[in-house]
Every structure is written in structure tokens, then in C-alpha cells.
Design a protein around this ligand. Sequence first.
Ligand code: NI
Length: 138
Amino acid sequence: MSNTIRFGVSLDEELLRMFDAILVDKGYTNRSEAVRDLIRSSLIEEKWGDGPEACGVLILVYDHHRNDLSRRLTNIQHEFYEVIITSLHIHTDHENCLEIIVLKGATQKVRELARGLVSVTGVKFGVFNPAPGGSEFK
Ligand code: NI
């Protein structure tokens, strides 16, 4: 077993308040264990990409009023149509859209699309969840 290292993290007060609320809801008794789980998830996500094919679910939340955001997100998806199995668009309120996009195919393209959509300026929330089914889970 390796040594345990302590380190500090600077965080916006409101973000930390929300994080703490989530910890309580999920049953964590301290921040360290929650941060460890987040790091483990991140490492698993990196491992996930080792196989030639992969799948996963992408979740996006964005304001469709913002500039040409909807058009940009759609254009990117059309560039990668071959790895999009299905998508679901929900108008969550007057401004916001929630999109759930199921991806499956060449790992490189799945990864590129997921990173590309999540990083578009104006996307309020974007997360990619690796899913079993690809060769990395054999
Ligand atoms: Ni919408």
C-alpha cells in the first residue's frame, strides 16, 4: 500500500457548499473519501478508452437561446453521426435543454465527440459516462 498524501484544494465557496450537500445525500462522512471516489472514477474513465470500440452516455445541459449554441452542437453531432446510436432532447424549461446522447463505436471517435460537445462554450453541464459493452470490459 502506498503512502497517503494530504493536499489542499482551492474552491469557490458556493461550489463547496453544493459539494458538501451532495456528500451528505450520498452518505459520505468526509470530503476525502468523496474526492478519492471522484479520482477513481476519473481513472476508470481513462482506462475505459483502451479498447478499439467503446460506448457510453453523454449528458448535456445548455441554454438554447445562447447565440448559435444549438446549431453548433447539432453540427458537431452530424460530424460524428456514425457513433451516435440515439439521442433524446428534453426542453426542461423556457431556456434550458437537456440532451442525452448514447454513443457506441470507435473509441477514438466516441472520445473525440464526447470531449468536443462537453467543451463547447455555453454548455452549462456536460458529462460523459463510460458504459460497459466495449472491449475494455472483457
Ligand atoms: Ni430544447
